[in-house]
Write a protein that binds this ligand. Structure first.
Ligand SMILES: Cc1ncc(COP(=O)(O)O)c(C=O)c1O
Length: 423
């Protein structure tokens, strides 16, 4: 499709967009009495309007039933989390029994490493991407130390080539093969938080498994954003948060995936608690752990129902729309944003470059040349909410659920005026 940088054209794209009505399903913040142009669905997704109803329902059941809500609430609390597994399995390409929602992301990655990082003197190295999300770096370093290894000798980072802004799949695979039988674990962010790159998860997983390592993924920026087939790709484990593209609220609960083949493997250790036991016999309060034979056996505590309610509300939206439709719009709106940026760059030569490769979700990261954070501050004042990453990157994520093509056009005008005003 040939795009045009005009309001009329942007509006014609909105008129064709089968998801345009879904914008009304979300609360859009306002600046200067106008809806903001929201580019930070990759950081905190907007609040679906139906979320309130899901929370109110839990509050009403608690008010009216007290402890009886565990079994007699409209949606009983004791197995509330199970309602999330089937819709979430569709979002990540898994079987429902491979999914559990529990804890928060970094906590879950630690829990999963208890099971899937069991280094030996010979096989102890962990492969990750250069400058992984800081929490992942701290988590990996602390795991290495916990097992008595020196993090500097344990963590192997795959670097980008000099002068390039993205990782090459062949470099990741070469590094995996180079480490070979010393490699215990591959753990990479499926979509990189900084440049928005979507790694070739299938090929990397195959290579990692090929040298006998476990392969896990941090899917914080991938879930609800890109097409995932965790089961088919033979991924061992994954975890993600729910507050970005999954729109389930600040700091909210995390999902995990554990491949079916590990679910009944008694040689894989876990940190265990009562909600990981067989639900039929849980309240017999037996002294011995009896695993559920699903990813739920990694669930230590009883489910935080007030956190799960917004996640369930959000999953209802994903069920209605489906990842395929979301991805179709994502591709078009991201391509349109890219086009708008390219058009503007003709008028303000050399002011910025897009550092996101074509393998991506909806995020475009823009590196500013000759401008600093004052340009970002100007955007914020003018009703645009992007985000800023040091040293000079503005991240723009047009989440397909609620961003419009008109937003992209209007953003282009605001950005151009800011650059021309030499901010
Ligand atoms: C890629 C990635 N990993 C890990 C985290 C940490 O998540 P949490 O604070 O929920 O543990 C984030 C948070 O934004 C993230 O983007």
């Amino acid at each position: 499709m040939t795009f045009q940088n005009s309001l009329a054209f942007a509006r014609s794209l909105d008129a064709e967009d089968s998801l345009s009505n879904y914008r009304n399903e979300f609360h859009i913040p306002q600046v200067n009495s106008k809806d903001v142009i929201y580019f930070t669905g990759n950081s905190l997704g907007l609040q679906p309007k139906r979320t309130q109803k899901f929370i109110d329902e839990v509050m009403a059941d608690w008010k009216n039933l007290g402890v009886e809500g565990h079994f007699h609430a409209e949606k009983p609390w004791w197995d509330y989390h199970e309602r999330l597994a089937a819709p979430l399995a569709k979002v990540v390409g898994a079987k429902p029994k491979e999914i559990c929602v529990m804890n928060t992301l970094t906590v879950n990655l630690h829990f999963l490493m208890v099971s899937f990082y069991r280094p030996t003197k010979k096989r102890f190295k962990i492969l990750c991407e250069e400058k992984a999300f800081p929490s992942d770096q701290y988590m990996l370093q602390s795991q290495a130390k916990f097992h008595g290894f020196n993090p500097d000798e344990t963590l192997v980072e795959v670097k980008k080539r000099k002068g390039e802004n993205y990782w090459r799949t062949e470099d990741v695979i070469d590094k995996i093969n180079e480490i070979g039988d010393e490699l215990a674990l591959v753990l990479i962010g499926g979509v990189n938080y900084y440049n928005g790159q979507f790694f070739n998860m299938q090929s990397i997983t195959k290579a990692g498994k090929g040298v006998g390592a476990y392969v896990g993924w941090d899917l914080a920026h991938a879930v609800g954003n890109v097409a995932l087939k965790l089961h088919e790709w033979n991924v061992d484990f994954a975890a993600w948060c729910s507050y970005k593209y999954m729109n389930s609220g600040p700091g909210n609960a995390s999902g995990i995936f554990v491949n079916e083949k590990h679910l009944s493997d008694e040689n894989i250790p876990r940190f265990e608690g009562w909600w990981g036991t067989n639900k039929k016999t849980r309240f017999l309060m037996k002294p011995k752990f009896e695993a559920t034979q699903s990813a739920d056996s990694w669930q230590v505590s009883n489910p935080p129902v007030l956190s799960l309610a917004p996640y369930l509300a959000s999953l209802e939206l994903f069920e209605e729309v489906g990842m395929q439709t979301l991805i179709k719009k994502r591709d078009r709106i991201t391509a349109y944003l890219e086009f708008i940026l390219q058009e503007i760059s003709k008028e303000v030569k050399g002011s910025f470059e897009i550092i996101t490769p074509k393998d991506r979700g909806c995020q475009l990261s823009v590196f500013l040349h000759g401008h600093d954070k004052s340009l970002f501050n100007y955007l914020m004042k003018n009703g645009v909410i992007p985000d800023w990453r040091e040293p000079n990157v503005i991240r723009l994520a047009p989440a397909p659920f609620y961003c419009s093509f008109e937003d992209m056009y209007q953003f282009g005008q605001i950005l151009k005026n800011g650059i021309l005003a030499d901010l």
